[in-house]
Design a protein. Structure first.
Length: 141
């Protein structure tokens, strides 16, 4: 049987502010920009970008460490470009990976990015063929 994840959101004001929880984690504030919301939390698309960035980063980190690479830092900068018409979902997402490592090569990063996209990152799998994803990376020794 497949693993089931649970999450819930609950309205906390008279506008568009929700508190969201997933499993046993701390709650997060989710809000909309003014005037519909007060801008007091992440928007749904911001949370999606964070989810995608952390999913791909986790798979890349796992694969690099499995290859016995020394990783002292990893940062992913994500930029989502929205469609101009409704629904204004992302049409393109740009991911920039900054890897701190004395022994990772360009070929290593290219290999784990491909594996992340094709096999290991479930968020990437869900948007594949629907959103253009561009990746760039930088290795800092």
């Amino acid at each position: 049987m497949a693993e089931e994840l649970t999450a819930s959101v609950e309205l906390v004001n008279q506008k568009f502010k929700f508190t969201g929880t997933a499993m046993f984690n701390d709650p997060v504030s989710i809000d909309y920009v003014t005037p519909m919301g007060d801008g007091e939390g992440y928007t749904s698309l911001e949370l999606f970008l964070l989810s995608f960035a952390s999913c791909s980063a986790s798979s890349i980190l796992f694969l690099l460490r499995k290859s016995k690479k020394n990783i002292s830092g990893l940062k992913v900068n994500a930029k989502g470009i929205r469609r101009e018409t409704h629904p204004t979902s992302f049409e393109k997402i740009n991911l920039e990976y900054v890897v701190n490592s004395p022994d990772v090569t360009n070929a290593d990063i290219e290999k784990v990015l491909k594996l992340s996209e094709e096999t290991y990152c479930p968020v990437w799998a869900m948007i594949k063929n629907n959103v253009v994803v561009n990746t760039v990376f930088q290795i800092i020794n």
